[in-house]
Design a protein around this ligand. Structure first.
Ligand code: 4NP
Length: 158
């Protein structure tokens, strides 16, 4: 059985689909893609059904990574379905845990940036209202954090 990961941001069109596809890309590169299964979701309903943002796709493409997927909203049922839920920022983290008032799944929810080793950020910054640099930064930060996360998962699975 593969380890099930869910990446979560606000709209599910910029940061979390990038994290999902970068994780798949790194796992395939390392020959461990069968060990994990990735999905992503947004805490909001703003963009349900939408493809990843065009500007985000362009930034990922520059690193040779294609972004696939259609936006969906995070739901309570996801807590039981996934082994680990990665929040892109502190607001996402709070919004996710608000759907688990009894705290049954708190241990499954982690901050994405906790796995980055070369960036000091606590949050993956929301690039939506900014320029190209912001989108490029999200890709760099997520490559770092996904690398650390994959390392941790493979270490635990040994
Ligand atoms: P994401 O970016 O949470 O990384 O997908 C955003 C997408 C849309 C909006 C905000 C952030 N929005 O306000 O519509």
């Amino acid at each position: 059985m593969s380890y099930k990961l869910l990446f979560v941001c606000l709209g599910n069109i910029c940061r979390s689909p990038s994290a999902e596809n970068i994780m798949n890309y790194l796992a395939a590169q390392r020959g461990c893609d069968r060990a994990i299964a990735c999905d992503s979701a947004g805490t909001s309903s703003y963009h349900i059904g939408a493809s990843p943002d065009r500007r985000m796709r362009a930034a990922a493409k520059e690193r040779g990574i294609e972004l696939h997927g259609k936006a969906r909203q995070f739901m309570r049922e996801d807590f039981a379905q996934f082994d680990l839920i990665l929040a892109m920022d502190r607001e996402n983290y709070r919004d996710i845990l608000r759907l688990d008032p009894e705290g049954k799944y708190t241990d499954k929810v982690r901050m994405m940036c906790d796995f980055a080793t070369n960036h000091p950020d606590r949050d993956v910054p929301d690039p939506y209202y900014g320029g190209t640099d912001g989108f490029n930064y999200v890709i760099d930060l997520l490559l770092d954090a996904c690398d650390g996360l994959l390392e941790e998962i493979m270490k635990d699975g040994e």
